[in-house]
Design a protein around this ligand. Structure first.
Ligand code: GLO
Ligand code: MG
Length: 346
């Protein structure tokens, strides 16, 4: 695969106005629909969606209104030559999801979550996407005694099975994250997601999406998490970004905190032929608050560019030398070679 044949995606939320928990927006709102025209010129052809990115206000709309709105977005994507990579139910904003969605202690909240999930699947199908991403934002606890964790896992698995039944073609891609907004999440790593996949009634349709920052927040190396998923043929997509230590979820530019870790993610993806079956290289990066302009897109362009430079680095990594140093078990020399290779010195 040539490096130019990688396909890239991002979500409209990646072009944001800059508010954070401590401050308001610092940039004007850039109209949602206008974002589609930015993708191709930036080198992206896949769009990641939340269900209400496709149909805003969907909780208050009838099924026919939802279908009509989704149809309109399908047309816009088609006109811009874009592919909807996935749709994710936004199960963390509504009042009904305060205590979690599928794992809420309240039956009517769980019913809301299931209803919203079905609508999300309908929306995905209406815009021609067969992938549903489950980022299980509030499926966890702040107070460990507040939920029965064993029952919670069962409820998540039951929901996955019900989704597989509801639509016989969709795939479910679980995006693990160990914390934030909850203190502890029930599906913190790709290992948990893969276990859920194999426990489900059709594991071939349940896969994982690994976000670099989420792996780092779990204290794990993203490249090893990706390798684990790839070894089980379970890596449907990635959210490349970066994270400076165990802090809030930073969504920094890919490679911005740890270039070597970024290189290893690219190397693992390259070696496994990721992308050759049409998988997207997804980015989930946040524009920093100090950045001026509207719309802000440099973080997307730069992260993509960095990925492609690292593809070159992965390809020019001396495989013969690598094998020799592995055989000789001279890992000191291997580390120095790797660092010099990244620095471009001999
Ligand atoms: C947050 C997640 C989030 C998801 C998105 C799609 O930490 O990374 O951005 O990727 O909602 O499910
Ligand atoms: Mg993400």
């Amino acid at each position: 695969m040539s490096s130019s044949s990688y396909r890239f995606s991002f979500g409209p939320w990646n072009i944001s106005e800059g508010s954070d928990p401590f401050g308001v927006d610092v940039r004007p709102v850039f109209p949602h629909e206008s974002k589609f025209a930015l993708y191709r010129p930036l080198g992206f052809e896949g769009v990641q969606f939340h269900d209400d990115d496709v149909v805003p206000g969907m909780d208050d709309l009838s099924p026919s209104q939802i279908a009509a709105n989704a149809e309109e977005v399908r047309g816009m994507l088609h006109n811009q030559g874009l592919t909807p990579e996935f749709v994710a139910p936004r199960l963390w904003f509504a009042q009904e999801t305060t205590d979690g969605a599928y794992t809420s202690n309240c039956a009517s909240d769980r019913a809301y979550a299931w209803d919203r999930t079905k609508k999300c699947i309908d929306i995905a199908r209406a815009i021609n996407s067969k992938a549903i991403v489950l980022w299980l934002a509030r499926e966890g606890s702040y107070i460990r005694e507040s939920k029965d964790a064993r029952l919670a896992y069962q409820r998540i698995l039951d929901t996955i099975n019900a989704m597989l039944d509801y639509d016989k073609e969709i795939e479910i891609w679980i995006e693990p994250k160990p914390n934030e907004p909850t203190d502890q999440a029930y599906v913190p790593t790709i290992g948990h997601a893969v276990a859920l996949s194999f426990a489900s009634k059709d594991h071939s349709r349940v896969k994982g999406l690994i976000e670099s920052a989420h792996a780092l927040l779990a204290g794990l190396d993203p490249s090893d998490e990706m390798a684990f998923a790839l070894a089980h043929d379970k890596l449907a997509s990635v959210h490349l970004n970066d994270q400076n230590g165990l802090k809030y979820d930073q969504d920094k530019n890919f490679g911005g905190a740890n270039l070597r870790a970024a290189f290893n993610q690219v190397r693992v993806l390259e070696e496994a032929g990721f992308g050759s079956r049409g998988e997207f290289v997804g980015l989930d990066v946040k524009a920093i608050r100090t950045q001026r302009g509207c719309p802000v897109t440099d973080h997307l362009r730069n992260s993509r560019e960095l990925f492609l430079h690292l593809v070159d680095k992965a390809r020019s990594f001396d495989k013969t030398l690598l094998q020799k140093l592995r055989d000789e078990r001279d890992y000191e020399a291997l580390e120095l070679y790797t660092l010099k290779h990244l620095m471009g010195v001999r």
